[in-house]
Design a protein around this ligand. Sequence first.
Ligand SMILES: [Zn+2]
Length: 318
Amino acid sequence: MHYIVFDLEWNQAEGRIGHEGGLPFEIVEIGAVKLNRKMQIVDRFDEIIKPKIYPRMHFMTTKIVGLDKEDLENGKDFPSVMESFLKWCGSKYRFCIWGTLDITELQRNMCYYGMDELTHKPLPFLDVQKLYSLAYEDGKIRRALEYAVDELGIVKDEPFHRANNDAYYTARVLENIHRDHTDVEDYLSFDLFMLPQDKRDEVKVKFKTYSKYISREFEDKTKAMQDKMVSSMKCCVCGRTTKKVIKWFSVNGRQYFCVAACKKHGFVKAKVRMKKADDGNVFVVKTMKIIDEASVDAIREKQDKLRAQRAERRHRDT
Ligand SMILES: [Zn+2]
């Protein structure tokens, strides 16, 4: 398997209007670096795409990307660049990007041109921006690529904000993460451009201390929370039945929490995020992880605070 680290430059409509047929971002460059399992660079890819939807480059894009009219005029059309890109990727690969946006936009552009989908379910990838935060910071903060490059002391011999170079720098950051923390595959992200259509395509992954589940669609939140897999509190490490410590409760109706205790692994926290699909249905992203007692107390406090707020509102209304 190869790691394909890619970066896109895109062009967008000027102002708010002009989101032609659901394509707010038109890709004008694909830059990529191919890495082997040891995270060594084995090949590079770079193609400029001639814009069709927004022929006038947005002034910000011109400023940031440094592509001029002539570069773009000489570009190839998106479908043929995409085809050669996928051929170059090979048969077994894992996409890696800085952040999460590019992987969605790549699929949206393919969809716009009627190309075959990469997948019919959530696409696993490595978000190097997230991995950087997990490896060197608190796991939550998101840094700019150049910040990470500076912090890791990577030599800056090529300008930023060109797809090819940004892919190269992202690859070098990934190489560092791999060297310092070898478990990059333990933190897979999933792109949600394609949602699971049925049970078979649902995402269920287990890592050392946490698990992730992405459900099929449900009619509404209540139906979702009634689903066995959504509400299940089986331990995310051993799969054993647990004892509930804090029952399911909701925050804003968008997030739901529950805490249970596993005899062997201690406290297990489940968090359900309700997400809206394009057709108005809902689907669920559920994560479970082992937590300590202080975190249980914090969750209990959050629940108490919510209850107090609700009681106060009721009091005011009557
Ligand atoms: Zn357990």
